[in-house]
Each structure stands twice: as C-alpha cells, then as structure tokens.
Design a protein around this ligand. Structure first.
Ligand code: BES
Ligand code: ZN
Ligand code: ZN
Length: 497
C-alpha cells in the first residue's frame, strides 16, 4: 500500500473510496454529507464502527476522539472495511488533534496495520489489498499544516509500521521454516539491505565466548544455534545503545516439557529477537543519529538424549555458575550470555533486552501489556511515556530484595528459577540482574513482551498472532532521547562557541 499526501482539497482528488471520520458521534459537521443515510443504516459512529455508502463512494468510520490511539484504530478499521470491497484507491483528509505530528503518523500507521494479514501459507490469499491512499492536507477542524511536513510524518510512520510488520512476519513464520540458521540469514539479509555491520557466531563462536548457558539450551536441537550481532553506526551518533533479544525459534520446555496446550504458540518465543531486528530496520531507514547494536541469541529448546537437565550446573560467560531446576526457564540462560556479550563488546550508554520471558508477566499485566523492569526509575518513566506515545502499553513491575533472595542456590552461584511460585516475571528479571555489571545497572531496561508479542485473537488494530510488540515504543523512545539531547545541546552556552 502506497500512502501519499496532497495539497489538493478532498473533492479535487480522484479515488475509488473516501474515508470520512465521525468524531465523537457528532454528525453535524459539513463533511458528513449523508447524515440521513447514515442514520437510516443504523450507524451510530461508535469507535471503529464503519458504514459503507458505496453509491456515494464513501466509507464512514467512528472515532471517539482525536487522540492518536483512537485515530490509529479507526483508520485500521476503515482500511479493513475497504479491503472487503473492490476499491483499489482511497482518499481521506487530516484529523489533527493536540499534536499534529502524532495524528498524521497515527493515520498512516493505522492504515498500514489495517492492511496487514499473515497469509503466506494460505492457498486462498487475502481480500483485496489497497493499492494507493492519498491524504489531502485539508483538515477536519480547519487546522493547517505544511504539506511537506505532513509528508515527512507519513514517511516516518510508513517506515515504522513496515518495520513492525517485518517483525510480525518473522514471528508468525512456523518453527520448522524459521530455524535458527534461517533467522540468522534473515538478519544477514537485513544487514545487506540496510548497510548494517553484521557478525554471526556459530557453535564454535559461542564456545570461544564461553557461553555455557546459551550452549546448554541449544544442545538437544538438531538445528545449530546462532548469535547475531548487527550494528548501525551513523557518523553523528549521540548515544550508543545495545539491544538484546531472546530468539527461541521454538520452546518445547526441554526436559521440563510443556503440557501440550501450553506448547502451542511457542514459535513466538523468538519475538524478542525479531523485535530487535525490526528496530534495527526502522532506525537505519529513519537515519536516527544514534549508534545501535542488535544482539540476538537464537536457538531451539528441545528434548533428546543430550538435552541439558534439571540438576545440571552451567557456567555463563561471566563465570557465574547456574543451578538448573527447570529447563523451561531457558530464555534467561540465553539472555544471560548475550547480556554479558553486549556489555563487553559494545560498552553501551543504554542496554535494553526484549524477551517473551515469563507466563507470570502475562498473569500480572494481562496479554496486551509489556512488563517493564530495571533499577533506574527515570529511565523506566521516560521509556513508558514513549511507549504510550507510540500506542503501546507498558506496566512497571518493581524489584525487591526478598524476591532476589529466592534465587539462591546451595550448590551454585544462582538458581535459574525462584523457590516461590509467585512473582515470576520479577524473579526472572532479577536472575538477569546477576549478569548486569555494576556500571550498567542504571543503564539497563528489561522488557518482558510475553503477553503482547503474540495474541491468538485480534485486539484493536493488532491482528491475531504476532503484533511486533517493542518496535514502535523503542523507536519512539530513541526519538525522544535524541530530541532531549538536542535541546540540551542548544541551551548549553559552552556549545557552538
Ligand atoms: N517462553 C516461556 C514464557 C512464555 C509463556 C512466553 C507464555 C509467552 C507466553 C518461557 O521460556 C517459560 O517457559 N517460562 C516459564 C518459567 C518458569 C519455568 C519459571 C514460565 O513462564 O512458566
Ligand atoms: Zn521456556
Ligand atoms: Zn521461552
């Protein structure tokens, strides 16, 4: 779907269908020319409700407010409705709210998300994809915005939404087709297309890095593991960030085997790694002035005669010994080694990890919310604000010393599970904390995306299956910290003399 902006008025643009919003159920706006017909059709203008008046070549959609979340959702619903028709070209106008940039972006994002469907493996392909959308720079409330500005916002949103869809596609790919080597090849292809640096470590490479925890998890798989290190290094970088992703292309639970009904959907256990790849794609296409390293640990957690076992003691890259009491708590083992690698090789200003780490996080926050954890209160606060501006939900889960004590082992430095069945999401993060060096404690954020990364039923503008959780919030946070750094620079009297 191609989206373009136009300085022409709505009426001057030629298209198969026009999308018109009904804001806050108010039908007395001059743009709503078919008020009587809409009433006759029983259209109330509820959020995301659509009404197609095909002879009028109009599709009406309800939007509760001009908040960017509502606008994004309404435009996704509108495009889903257009896809049921034969229409190939669409026109619409601007619905600017408090923040023009946010609303223009939300419209474009919503439309790209509404057009997304994972149908790679279906013989009968999707409905009719929309070919072209033209957004007139005329605004519903008479606000004005320079058309070039609107075009730039649209371009930014298109990059972000497409990067999110890129992540969704990889996460949705079945586990036998997206084996670790294939995921690594995808990363190599991304590096080639986007001019990123790329290092791939195989088993020998992991051994050379002393990644005993990661290697143990991968041992029973017929498919060899991979660690991929992508790097985007622009000349004008203001910060250095390392992103670490859990890439379990399948999590059967290992010898602590998952029950059948919990194993289904575990192809999604690679969503952290895929989010990191989506972020690398977006950041490089947006040309953000920030050095970003993406480090993903990719493997399967399987069963077999050579599987790692409960009772084993593993040695991680930093020398920490880990008593294994449950092989299904495998993500933290892979992350432990990858986090050590990221600190040693990158020495970042910020260290973020993304993982579908615990079912407990889903119990705590529900399916739609990412669990946000870390030692630094202001970092958590600034990130959660960015997430909300991006249209993603986060909830902060607090650390405490009592939960940390429950990870103690009598025979090793730490145990891979807590001795209590409660507080599992926080306990997992506190396990990771054993692998964060002192100097990085306040630079580290842990994002448990076990809930939103993959939901079997569609929610809002998110489709059934993978959502691409983590991509939009992180890119938004980058944009936010870049802006803050620029502001500081321009107000610093010693600068530019
Ligand atoms: N991949 C799972 C976590 C998960 C659960 C992700 C549901 C998405 C949806 C993880 O590896 C796991 O199995 N964690 C265990 C930890 C437990 C053994 C301490 C869990 O959450 O049950
Ligand atoms: Zn597991
Ligand atoms: Zn897992």
């Amino acid at each position: 779907m191609q989206i373009e902006t136009s300085p022409l008025k709505r009426h001057e643009i030629d298209a198969d269908i026009e999308i018109v919003c009904v804001v806050a159920k108010k039908m007395d706006h001059p743009w709503i020319e078919e008020k009587d017909l809409l009433e006759m059709a029983g259209f109330k203008g509820e959020q995301d409700e659509t009404c197609l008046l095909i002879e009028k070549k109009r599709l009406y959609v309800g939007v509760d407010s001009l908040h960017h979340d509502d606008v994004r959702s309404a435009y996704a619903a509108a495009i889903r409705a257009v896809r049921k028709t034969q229409a190939q070209t669409v026109k619409t106008a601007l619905y600017l709210g408090k923040c023009s940039a946010q609303n223009v972006k939300a419209m474009a994002e919503g439309m790209i998300f509404g057009d997304y469907e994972y149908d790679t493996y279906r013989s009968e392909k999707a409905k009719h994809p929309v070919k072209k959308v033209t957004i007139s720079c005329e605004d519903f409330n008479g606000k004005t915005i320079a058309c070039e500005k609107a075009a730039a916002y649209v371009q930014n949103a298109v990059i972000l939404a497409q990067a999110t869809n890129y992540t969704r596609n990889i996460v949705n790919t079945p586990p036998d087709d997206m084996i670790p080597e294939m995921l690594a090849l995808k990363a190599v292809a991304l590096a080639e297309a986007n001019d990123l640096e790329c290092i791939v470590l195989d088993e020998k490479g992991l051994e050379a890095e002393n990644m005993g925890a990661f290697l143990a998890v991968s041992r029973a798989s017929d498919h060899p593991p991979r660690l991929v290190h992508l790097a985007y290094k622009p000349k004008n970088a203001k910060f250095k960030v390392a992103l670490v992703g859990k890439g379990l292309t399948y999590d059967s639970g290992g010898l602590s085997l998952k029950p059948a009904e919990y194993m289904v959907t575990m192809k999604s256990d690679k969503a952290g790694a895929c989010a990191v790849m989506g972020i690398m794609k977006a950041v490089s296409e947006l040309g953000l002035p920030i050095e970003v390293h993406g480090i993903v640990g990719v493997t399967e957690n399987m069963i077999g005669g050579n599987a790692y076992k409960p009772d084993d003691i593993l040695t991680a890259k930093n020398g920490t010994t880990i008593e294994i009491r449950n092989t299904d708590a495998e993500g933290r083992l892979v992350l432990a080694d990858c986090l050590c690698y990221a600190q040693e090789k990158v020495k970042p200003d910020y260290l973020l990890d993304f993982a579908t780490l615990t079912g407990a996080c889903v119990v705590a926050l529900g399916e739609y919310t990412t669990g946000l954890m870390g030692h630094d209160r202001s970092l958590k606060h600034s990130f959660s604000k960015a997430a909300s501006n991006a249209g993603e939900l986060t909830g902060t889960l607090p650390f405490n010393r009592y939960l940390k004590k429950l990870l103690k082992s009598d025979i090793a430095d730490v145990c891979n599970i807590s001795s209590s069945r409660y507080g599992g999401a926080i306990a997992a993060a506190l396990f990771l904390d054993h692998f964060i060096e002192k100097e990085y404690k306040h630079k580290w954020l842990h994002l448990d995306i076990a809930g939103p990364a993959y939901v079997e039923k569609a929610w809002g503008y998110n489709p059934a299956g993978a959502s691409g959780a983590g991509v939009r919030m992180t890119v938004k946070w980058f944009e936010q910290i870049i802006k803050q750094a620029e502001k500081k620079q321009s107000s610093d009297p010693s600068h530019g003399e």
